[in-house]
Design a protein around this ligand. Structure first.
Ligand code: ADP
Ligand code: ADP
Ligand code: ZN
Length: 218
């Protein structure tokens, strides 16, 4: 199965993708995570992407589609994948069609997380994650069960993204509105889009996604 989680920054894509990973053994393909790993490793792609990401603008279509193709090749054909934060432009949506067709895959569902924009700044400025395992948290909506201890791996080291500040978030939202939201009709025309209320709490959003995936995701 191949699904896309679509929604603006802070909509909950990463949170829901990791639920699907742990519950169904699907694999999350997050171009944001791949780019951050490239920045950290200081690869040529990372060096090129860093300033663009810090500004909240979009990295080039060639770079992100290249990363996705490489990752799919590493996974092999049997693995179910969740695209998180990709595609973000019409050109990327075209590339994804080609990338999937070349590998005998097809898109099963595009799940749109529908959220109110005013809630997103709050979600993003409160976001943090485990420095060791990457588990995601929020200052108010998802604190670790034991204060300062990661639920997943027990680490006490946490980090925040440099681009999770109010100013950059505004740019990222504008990019979403201008370049990403317009790709929805491409998928709507194929009848594969399902809308989920992303303002509900994390468990309810997960339930709604499970209902869409249904027996496909056993
Ligand atoms: P995205 O991957 O779409 O940018 P995240 O999954 O990282 O979004 O979520 C952004 C922040 O909001 C995180 O701190 C996360 O813990 C929190 N969050 C995610 N989903 C919800 C929700 N349904 N209600 C409240 N907070 C949420
Ligand atoms: P969020 O979902 O919170 O907006 P991501 O982790 O998906 O954050 O992306 C962080 C940054 O990485 C984006 O602001 C952009 O600069 C870059 N990026 C990630 N995915 C893509 C993509 N598919 N196309 C272009 N740029 C991307
Ligand atoms: Zn952890």
């Amino acid at each position: 199965m191949n699904i896309i989680l679509l929604g603006p920054p802070g909509a909950g894509k990463g949170t829901q993708a990791s639920r699907l990973e742990s519950e169904h053994g699907m694999v999350q393909l997050s171009t944001g995570d791949m780019l951050r790993a490239a920045v950290k490793a200081g690869t040529p792609i990372g060096v090129q992407a860093k300033a663009v990401m810090d500004a909240g603008e979009l990295v080039s279509d060639e770079i992100v589609s290249g990363l996705i193709g490489e990752r799919l090749d590493e996974l092999g054909g049997e693995t179910s994948v969740i695209f998180d934060g990709y595609p973000r432009t019409a050109a990327q949506a075209d590339s994804l069609d080609q990338i999937l067709a070349d590998r005998g895959r097809k898109l099963d569902h595009v799940i749109e997380l529908v959220v109110e924009e005013e809630a997103l700044v709050d979600r993003i400025t409160g976001r943090f994650s485990c420095a060791k395992c990457g588990a995601g948290y929020h200052d108010r909506y998802k604190l670790p069960k034991v204060e300062n201890v990661c639920d997943v791996c027990g680490s006490s080291e946490f980090k925040r993204r440099p681009d999770d500040n109010e100013e950059t978030v505004r740019t990222r939202m504008a990019e979403y509105r201008a370049k990403t939201a317009p790709i929805l009709p491409i998928y709507e025309a194929r009848g594969i889009v399902s809308k989920v209320d992303g303002m509900a709490d994390i468990d309810h959003v997960n339930d709604a996604i499970e209902a869409i995936l249904g027996s496909d995701a056993s």
